[in-house]
Design a protein around this ligand. Sequence first.
Ligand code: GH3
Ligand code: MG
Ligand code: MG
Length: 218
Amino acid sequence: MLAACGSVVSFRYLGVTASGEKRWFETHSRAVLDETGAVEGVLSVARDVNERTAHEERLSMAAYTDALTGLPNRRAFKNLIDGRPGAEGDCIALLDIDHFKRVNDTHGHAMGDEVLRIFAALARQIVRANDYVARIGGEEFVILFPSTSVEQALQVCDRLRREVSASPLAYGAGPVWVTVSGGLSQLSKAGLDDALKTADEALYRAKQSGRDQLTQAA
Ligand code: GH3
Ligand code: MG
Ligand code: MG
C-alpha cells in the first residue's frame, strides 16, 4: 500500500514507555523506493504526541460541555442523537424552569446562574448513572432515559420537580423559589427527533396547565 500510493501513512497509538508509562505516539511511514520503483525499505518516524493529544481532548471536552453547569451541552446532545438515533423503549424528558426570567429580574443574573447550577446538580443526583442529562438551552434541560417506560421516567422527573418546588434552590437577598415543568415522550419507531417533538408539545401543555407539573405525550 505504501509503495502503491507513494504517500505517507500515519497513525496514532497508545504506547508504553520503558518506565511503564502509557503515552500517545504518532508514526509517519513512507516507502523508500530504489531506481526501478521497487520497495527498498520503509522509513518511519515516531514521536511522542501525548501533550498534544491531551490538549486536543481538553478542547473537545470543552466544546461539548456547558461551562456553567458542567453538563453536556446542546452540541453534545445533538451528537448523541446523530450517533444513536434512539432505541424503542427509551424515554425522553424535556424540562424547562418556570418563569425563569423573573428569577433574573428579581434576584439578578448571577443568582439565575446559581439556580441553573443547582438545578443541574440536583437533576444529575436524582437520575440513574446511565441516564443522560444535558443543558440544551438557557433554562432548558433534556434527560434521555435508556430502556425506561414513561411511567418510570415520570416518577424520577416528578421527584426532581417536587424537590425543586419544596424549598428554595438558593439564597440571595432572600430565598429563591423556582418550579419546573416537563414533557415526556416514549421513543417509538419514529425515532428520537419525533420523540423530542412530542415531548416539546407535552411540555407546552404542562406550561399551559399552570406549570410546576409534568405531562406525558399523547
Ligand atoms: P416559562 O415559564 O414560560 O418557561 O417562562 P420563562 O421566563 O422561564 O421563559 P423565557 O423563555 O421567557 O425566559 C427564559 C429566560 O432565561 C430568559 C433569559 O434571560 C434567561 N436565561 C437564559 N440563559 C440564561 C443563563 O445562562 N443565565 C441566566 N441567569 N439566565 C438565563
Ligand atoms: Mg424556555
Ligand atoms: Mg422557562
